[in-house]
Design a protein around this ligand. Structure first.
Ligand code: ADP
Ligand code: MG
Length: 290
């Protein structure tokens, strides 16, 4: 057992962009049999573009985007960026919003001109028993689009659909994990249909969708209870509890600080293939030691 080997691998890992925050969990990485990935920002680029604007009642497309962008301006979510960019490139004025608050995993809320605005997931509408056009939602999410709804004083003002891009390396990473006999799971706060659309494209074995941040950790626990050794890979605040719960928490990319602080290993680049490299590195390092 030579500390030299570990030292060598650590400098090697620094070169490949793996920061090891917890050495013991890095050692155990070679024993992982299940890898769980967050979707947005982890398997996808998290670069959303607005594709459909569907106003309701008194709203038109510009008014709906104006409201949404004015509140989203204060959010750090990748969806927010997509809506704000759309407003900017269409010269839609962004207004001042107050009392901004994130409902992590469900959306955001705040006030604009004395009106209360919520921008939320379909799941949240279901919970609040707010009616919406279910067929349109199905149609859009079957195309892999994420749909958010804008509420003004609790009444639906419309829906906005956004499309993300699957990372080029995602499919290859899943294939390589499979080649090592590792099961691959997706855990996402996004809609079931959007989750399956992405999962099907890259060959994911199992999908848990519409999952809130605390529930993400519960899913990890339930997989562990099946005697599995689980690695969780994610980038967001919403992934932090799951990263902390997993046998190995892997923060990917220039993810949020909260995610990095909860992780055992930080992958500096935003490449899902680095998860495979990390397992290989763990295997190589600790094989030499015995
Ligand atoms: P993921 O697990 O894919 O990273 P999140 O947990 O971050 O997803 O978000 C789950 C859902 O909550 C999103 O698909 C969206 O419907 C809603 N949501 C989260 N943040 C925002 C936001 N800033 N604006 C609008 N909707 C949001
Ligand atoms: Mg994410």
């Amino acid at each position: 057992a030579s500390p030299l080997v570990v030292a060598v691998s650590t400098s090697l890992s620094a070169k490949q962009g793996l920061l090891i925050r917890n050495r013991i969990n890095f050692e155990n990485a070679r024993r992982v049999d299940t890898v769980v990935f967050d979707k947005t920002g982890t398997l996808t680029k998290g670069e959303f573009g607005v594709t459909d604007i569907l106003p309701e009642n008194d709203y038109d497309q510009n008014k709906l985007i104006q409201l949404a962008a004015s509140l989203e301006q204060q959010s750090e979510h990748p969806l927010a960026q997509g809506i704000v960019s759309y407003a900017q490139s269409n010269n839609i004025t962004i207004k001042k919003a107050n009392d901004f608050q994130a409902k992590t995993g469900e959306g955001i809320e705040g006030n604009i001109n004395g009106q209360h605005i919520d921008i939320v997931s379909p799941n949240y509408l279901d919970k609040q028993q707010i009616d919406y056009d279910d067929d349109t939602l199905k149609q859009l999410s079957d195309q892999g689009k994420t749909v958010v709804s804008v509420l003004v004083d609790g009444t639906l003002a419309g829906m906005i659909a956004l499309a993300d891009i699957i990372k080029d390396e995602a499919k290859e990473a899943v294939e390589q994990l499979h080649a090592h006999g590792i099961e691959v799971v997706m855990l996402t706060g996004d809609h079931e249909r959007v989750a399956h659309w992405v999962a099907d494209k890259i060959g994911i074995d199992q999908v848990y969708a519409e999952v809130l941040p605390d529930e993400k950790a519960d899913y990890i626990k339930s997989i562990q209870q099946q005697s599995k050794r689980v690695a969780m890979t994610g980038d967001g605040i919403n992934d932090a509890p799951a990263l902390a719960t997993a046998d190995i928490g892997i923060a990917i990319g220039a993810g949020t600080d909260v995610a990095m602080e909860s992780a055992d290993i930080v992958l500096v680049q935003s490449n899902p293939n680095d998860v495979v490299s990390l397992f290989n590195l763990s295997r190589q390092t600790y094989r030499k030691m015995v």
